[in-house]
Write a protein that binds this ligand. Sequence first.
Ligand SMILES: *[C@@H]1O[C@H](CO)[C@@H](O)[C@H](O)[C@H]1NC(C)=O
Length: 374
Amino acid sequence: MTILQALHLRRSSQWDPPTILDHLLTSPLKWIMSILYSYILFLRGRPFHPPPRPPSSSSSSSSVSGAGVEQQQEKGPIRVVCLSDTHDQTLPVPDGDLLVHAGDLTQDGSRESIQQQIDWLDGLPHRHKVFVGGNHDGWLDPEARRALLRERKSRRQIKLDFKSLRYLENSSVTLDFKGGRRLNVYGYGAVPECGDDTFAFQYKRSHDPWKGAIPPETDVLVTHTPPAHHLDLSLGCPGLLSEIWRTKPKLHIFGHIHWRAGTEPVYFDECQASYESLMSRPSPASPCYLLGLGPLLNDFFFFPFVLLSARSRAAWVDALAVLWYGINSILWKWIMQGPHSNNGGLFVNAAVMHGNTGKLRRGGNEKAVVVVEL
Ligand SMILES: *[C@@H]1O[C@H](CO)[C@@H](O)[C@H](O)[C@H]1NC(C)=O
């Protein structure tokens, strides 16, 4: 650990959130734009609006109003309850129609630990339950299972009992809900390589298991890894991001990066494309890098524009495009279309673990769980 890390001026691992100094020493421009991008998304309002809730049952069935209206009303929203990274722990879970666990049910990946989490989830009242494995759920992956058995010889080969849960591994399921509504859910727990061979579903960063994997009709996507550049501490997967652009699911639930738990609207437009282009640029390198000042100087000090290096100029073009398209989208929405106009999607990093503390977020309260109405 360096002196700067000991003083908490720099983070001690890539899994921790960057400090202000970390931001300044990688790219202050990217940092500022990530903050502005979140403001832009906030000002665009809710990304979508679920069908209105049906009127309370007391005044229901005898109604003689127009059939079309009534059908519309009967549908109502589907409540999707999103969990991830419980790592053997349990917590109170809000009620809903679909429960999703996006992987890392356990810490050690043994069959016994996974079964315990399944038993807990099985006891919850949700109509449908779906989960994928995470890198910590080794038993689900035959290769990691062999490594687990090698390391703790005594375990027997008994099959897991999934009970009322649907386990997805590069596969889909169509689920029925009240009012005749349906959701197509695709799930796969693959993650970019991040640990030893007892970890499940790892792939090399040079390899892309996502290309063409997600069916285009997918409404809800469940993965363990985040896509690149969104709620990911720059550890997400670029291949998954491309596949998401191709299929544009309404809701994408993932986890893995505990410190970035939360939600982020997604619109698949020029503003987002420019933002991702900026974030995917390598951090600038220059002779001043030896002093740790390279990025700062590159991003800002060589103004005016013509004096910036070609690389920094490209980054600035992206940044200005984010602002231009972002401001346009906000004005267009609020002036031309009105409050209920959005037709976007939502990314959910559903990790309930509070960073690397081993404790659950919000004291293990049910507020640690994200609930989305679709
Ligand atoms: C995922 O499933 C698709 C279609 O079944 C298949 O073509 C593809 O090879 C699978 N990918 C992986 C990584 O297993």
